[in-house]
Design a binder for this molecule. Structure first.
Ligand code: HEC
Length: 140
């Protein structure tokens, strides 16, 4: 018991040292992402738009969208918002900021925001897997 506490502490300390050294601005840890879903023929209209309705649309619809980002069309969803960075990198879900955000890999950019999840539920693992599959299949 004591031993495992010690090793937990050691890994905490080395993790902290890593954060300090890298300024914690490193790449998101994509090893934590769920694998893309096996489903083929995933489309925005059939699979993605309905999935984002409950968790994202209230903040990212046509009425004063947060971060100037809208998810109610395929084009807007891909394009991104005020960051001026594409939210979807077509063909590369592991490089797409939207995937990093919904999987909580980026601190302070968890989507839906961590403190709002009673109202806006986080995407489920299967849903993140489907989002990845859509992006990897060309975001049709
Ligand atoms: C309660 C409101 C709220 C909900 C719900 C929400 N977001 Fe956000 N979102 C924000 C805010 C606020 C920002 C701007 C944050 C910032 O730039 O610091 C943002 C920014 C973003 C951005 C970055 C846009 C850019 O280029 O700057 C993406 C991508 C995003 N959200 C995706 C999503 C997705 C996908 C969902 C649903 C799974 C979602 N959000 C749900 C409030 C919300």
């Amino acid at each position: 018991m004591l031993k495992s506490n010690k090793s937990t502490l050691a890994s905490l300390v080395s993790g902290l040292a890593f954060c300090v050294l890298t300024g914690n601005a490193g790449e998101p840890d994509i090893s934590k992402l769920p694998a893309p879903a096996a489903k083929t023929g995933v489309t925005y209209a059939k699979d993605i738009q309905p999935m984002l309705k409950e968790s994202c649309l209230k903040c990212h619809g046509e009425d004063r969208p947060k971060g100037k980002y809208r998810v109610d069309s395929r084009e807007a969803l891909i394009k991104g918002g005020s960051s001026d960075e594409a939210a979807v990198v077509i063909g590369k879900s592991e490089k797409s900021p939207i995937v990093h955000y919904v999987a909580d890999l980026v601190e302070e950019m968890e989507m839906p925001p961590a403190e709002k999840r009673e109202k806006y539920p986080a995407l489920k693992t299967e849903q993140i897997a489907l989002l990845r599959a859509w992006i990897d299949q060309g975001a049709k």
